[in-house]
Write a protein that binds this ligand. Sequence first.
Ligand SMILES: *Cc1c(COP(=O)(O)O)cnc(C)c1O
Length: 514
Amino acid sequence: MSPVLFSHTNSICPAADHQTAQFILLRLQPPLARMDAGEFRRRGKEMVDYVADYLENIEQRPVYPDVEPGYLRKLIPTEAPEDPESYEEVMKDVERVIMPGVTHWHSPNFFAYFPTASSYPAMLADMLCGAIGCIGFSWAASPACTELETVMLDWLGKMLKLPDCFIAGTEGHGGGVIQSTASEATLVALLAARCKSVKRVQASNPKLSEAEICSKLVAYTSEQAHSSVERAGLIGGVMMKKVPTDFNYSLRGPLLQKMIEEDKAAGLIPFFFCATLGTTSCCSFDHLPDLGPICIKENMWMHVDAAYAGSSFICPEFRPLLDGVEFADSFNFNPHKWLLINFDCSAMWVKKRTDIIGAFKVEPFYLKHDNQESGLVTDYRHWQIPLGRRFRSLKMWFVFRMFGIKQLQAYIRKHVALAKEFESLVRADKRFEICAEVVLGLVCFRVKGSNELNQALLKRITKCREIHLVPCQLAGRVVLRFCVCAASTESHHVQSAWQHITQLTFELLQEQIN
Ligand SMILES: *Cc1c(COP(=O)(O)O)cnc(C)c1O
């Protein structure tokens, strides 16, 4: 034992005695039993095999699990184990406990929601991210983490042909950041807009308090917008009004303008508008070339949420859908939905970096570093809600380089072609109807007939577990959403899915007659 330890044992401070005792105990313990590098090498290779086997054979598993709520608690102990268990024991339970309760999002028979992206290069990059394990809240906290992110957002922005004002490596004032989700991006945009508007109103009315101004602020979005936009309003403590859409479920200028006029006349302050490109229900598109100029004229921040559709804008034929983005203050989409980069990776660009940095900047002493004042350094903690952030740009770098833009475009086009194939199958069957224009990988359809009939059909589909779909409501009607999701979905999966749907429909209609 070291003399240092004994020199403290007569201390009059009980805390110090306690610490000493702990320290002695620690030295008497056997070394911690934990996975060493040798075992990690072996288990890591096994895990890679397990993952590849899982994905190669995923089709053999029912796409949707057959479990009741609470199923899992019964399968594992009520407490964490006192003593270490072996890796084998844990892995054995993956098949016993976990897999029966997994909805297999990467099954080629998964057609629900929107896709969540997955590719081997992204998974490998994520492993590396875990290994480096840095928390890149500031430039100094890991310069590569910050700098790669800035450059990757520029690469991606250029792939989308975003206007230069959003690209960091230009003369402009813009730049990109990876947020965890589109919901966070919308909230960050709304909070930045709120801060900017409060400052602007206070500049001309210095007597007004922030609370008084906030109670008058009003934000707008379309009635088809994602629920996260409404939540951003709730979290941000401002009014959020829903503007009706046209027959295409698309928002046009005149209705927004009318609402703004009414609200201004009532003494409210319009400050924020969230447009959607590719709505979650039916993949409709708000008309930015109309809406953008209104926002500029009214001093309103325009945020564009293209969570799903954004990935398609890397293809020249879909890029016109993004026209009008030049009017936006911020733009966001999820490469983690449709660009082969595993969750989480939500790409957000702003036209003026200072708008979001200025809104959230707090500088405790322990986070300051020398070259901060140069203006050349990006500290991404000012761009987001959490402090900590992972090295997510590695996934982008691996995927962009290992696929190349051409393969990424081909991937998008393949999914759109499969959706069109499904659409033509639906159109060829007189019992069914298409409910919204098929622009990308989503087909909204229904059996001609009552909402109950469509609900009954969906219930059967879900119960059979051969394919998985979710519904939506359009103009009061229950509609089924068929979205091409998995990287492994091929034409024959689409054909079998349609056969399955028509078979179940046939049975259902027969029963109704009898
Ligand atoms: C999926 C989706 C979202 C939510 O995405 P998160 O990243 O999970 O927050 C938001 N808006 C639209 C239009 C979406 O399709």
